[in-house]
Design a protein around this ligand. Structure first.
Ligand code: GLV
Length: 348
């Protein structure tokens, strides 16, 4: 028996005439492959889908993904699954790729669009949580909290209070430069008001004056923002325009007393240039939640530096937010399979 989902996929694969398609009748449950066991999403999807869930803690290989998704109607994946041309062309009837993430640089959107596959994602529900993490990195980097914690635990805190002990940098009254004033960048700007910071921003599009006033932000060219800021926080998507945007030339524009915070994508920064910047003190430090290769390799020189704070890509990692992301990812997928608009669709 052919199900409705076989009929509505790419026109070149449609076996029956359009008049034979009734979008309201399901002859059998749609089939969905999930690359992770995400409890809330499994709970929602299992009620109406025939689910195949990747087992185990290791991520599925590309070969596994291709094998499992080739005959499925829906795919629920995460940002560590590369859904490229090779995966997409191997599908026979896939209608939706639902990513459990706000970023979608791991998906070949152009190919998906050419194949008539809807790509969905989970913005908004993780905005505040990710902004919290960006601000946490800013605070811990400037005040050297991870260094301080190690020092206390390892018994190296041998003398009492000293006037020049573990000096960090002030945050209050300093200038924060936000690159990419979308949802998360704006949420970071709001937090910085509480710290009495002056906020500069750079974005492809300048905001209307009223919006700038509301957020208390000032527009700058990227170069001016880098020269003027004490903290620079990156909130951009990764794409051809932003890959290695932070290269040696950009890092050298920053003040030697400034800090770079990245909770967006690792490859926006040329990591080798950043290592030189930290070693040679072009900048004072960095707070990083994302890396060019994840998980970070054991020989990555960033691990040897003490003027940085490192986190393992946990921007949205709270119980509350991850549950909301699971709901959104599952609803996005179901909506498309049911012929409705998803909550959040990636536009090509
Ligand atoms: C996290 O980086 C995400 O894209 O959700």
């Amino acid at each position: 028996m052919v199900n409705e989902f076989d009929l509505n996929h790419n026109t070149d694969r449609i076996k029956l005439k359009k008049s034979e398609v009734n979008p309201c009748i399901y002859l059998k449950k749609p089939s969905v492959y999930m690359t992770r066991y995400i409890p809330k999403a499994v709970e929602i999807l299992s009620a109406s889908c025939d689910l195949t869930v990747h087992k185990g803690r290791a991520f599925p290989s590309k070969k596994d993904i291709i094998k499992n998704v080739s005959n499925k109607d829906g795919l629920l994946c995460s940002l560590s699954d590369v859904i490229d041309n090779e995966v997409i062309v191997a599908t026979k009837k896939l209608r939706v790729i639902s990513s459990y993430s706000v970023g979608y640089d791991h998906i070949d959107i152009d190919t998906a669009t050419r194949y008539g596959i809807c790509v969905t994602y989970t913005p908004e529900v993780l905005t505040e949580t990710t902004a919290d993490l960006a601000f946490t990195l800013l605070l811990t980097t400037a005040r050297r909290i991870t260094e301080a914690d190690v020092l206390v635990r390892s018994g190296q805190w041998r003398s009492g209070w000293k006037y020049d002990f573990m000096l960090g940098s002030d945050i209050n009254g300093k200038t924060l430069g936000i690159i990419g004033l979308g949802r998360i960048g704006s949420a970071v700007a709001k937090r910085s008001n509480g710290f009495k910071m002056r906020v500069l921003y750079h974005d492809r599009n300048r905001l209307p004056i009223e919006k700038e006033d509301e957020l208390a932000v000032e527009y700058r060219s990227l170069e001016d923002l880098l020269k003027e800021s004490d903290f620079v926080s990156i909130h951009l998507p990764l794409n051809n325009d932003t890959f290695h945007l932070f290269n040696e030339q950009k890092l050298k524009l920053m003040k030697p007393t400034s800090y770079l915070i990245n909770t967006a994508r690792g490859s926006i920064i040329d990591e080798k240039a950043l290592i030189r910047a930290l070693k040679q003190k072009w900048i004072a430090g960095a707070g990083l939640d994302v890396f060019e290769t994840e998980p970070i390799s054991r020989n990555n020189l960033l691990l040897k530096m003490n003027n940085i704070v490192l986190a393992p890509h946990v921007g949205s990692s709270t119980t509350e937010t991850r549950e909301k992301m699971a709901e959104v990812a599952a609803m996005n997928l179901l909506n498309v399979l049911n012929g409705k608009k998803p909550l959040y669709e990636v536009k090509s």
